[in-house]
Design a protein around this ligand. Structure first.
Ligand SMILES: Nc1nc2c(ncn2[C@@H]2O[C@H](COP(=O)(O)OP(=O)(O)O)[C@@H](O)[C@H]2O)c(=O)[nH]1
Ligand SMILES: [Mg+2]
Length: 192
């Protein structure tokens, strides 16, 4: 749900990085944080919870400046990946405008990616959102690892909807801004 403030001409969009534990969600935010000038991004907040009742996530906001007369900000959140934190994941998805699903390309993570993807579909449906109507992009991360699933295998495993998909090496920044731009543009287009 894009927040539009007509009085102040401000637009705020919420993007959530989703994916199994250790797939590279925090690394995406860290790279964005370290690359952008502090004038246009916030500090990065990393909240660590001690148990499943504590909400924990990373947060970073990025100001795009003027988009069609509105001062536009993207709020970026990561979800905790571990299976036991589903309550936290669901809360973070509240009001989501776009999702970057970060999959781990390591061959042994195949099943983790699939369960996390299905968990995402289930959680967005619980908010009455349809995956085909929500800007979602897939990021196949860790392409630098030695034993990885091929692009085609990952497409077969995860991309039955035909979402835009990007290869990435988040720790080096590869694919990080391409993913963010793709989902941001898709959100802005959906507003017109
Ligand atoms: N080789 C490699 N390691 C990565 C990449 N992205 C993240 N990592 C590493 O994977 C681990 C988990 O990353 P993190 O961003 O914390 O995952 P999160 O649990 O999804 O937030 C860390 O040790 C990262 O340095 C990548 O593209 N390539
Ligand atoms: Mg993390």
């Amino acid at each position: 749900m894009v927040l539009v403030n007509y009085a102040d001409r401000k637009l705020t969009c919420k993007i959530v990085y989703y994916g199994s534990g250790e797939s590279g969600k925090t690394s995406n935010l860290t790279y964005i944080h370290n690359t952008l000038d502090s004038a246009i991004r916030s500090d990065m907040t990393c909240l660590e919870g001690l148990n499943e009742r504590t909400l924990f996530f990373d947060f970073l906001s990025v100001n795009l400046g003027d988009v069609k007369g509105f001062n536009t900000t993207f709020s970026l959140y990561t979800t905790p990946g571990q299976m036991e934190y589903n309550a936290a994941r669901k809360i973070i998805l509240n009001g989501v405008d776009g999702i970057i699903f970060v999959a781990d390309s390591a061959r042994e993570k195949k099943d983790d990616n699939i369960s996390s993807f299905n968990n995402m579909l289930q959680n967005i449906r619980e908010y009455n959102l349809l995956p085909e109507n929500l800007p979602i992009i897939l990021q196949y991360n860790k392409r630098d690892l030695p034993d990885i699933l091929s692009f085609e295998e990952m497409e077969n495993d995860l991309n039955t909807f035909g979402f835009p998909s990007y290869e990435a090496v988040a720790i080096q920044g590869r694919g990080v801004f391409a993913s963010l731009k793709a989902v941001s543009n898709s959100i802005l287009e959906s507003l017109q």
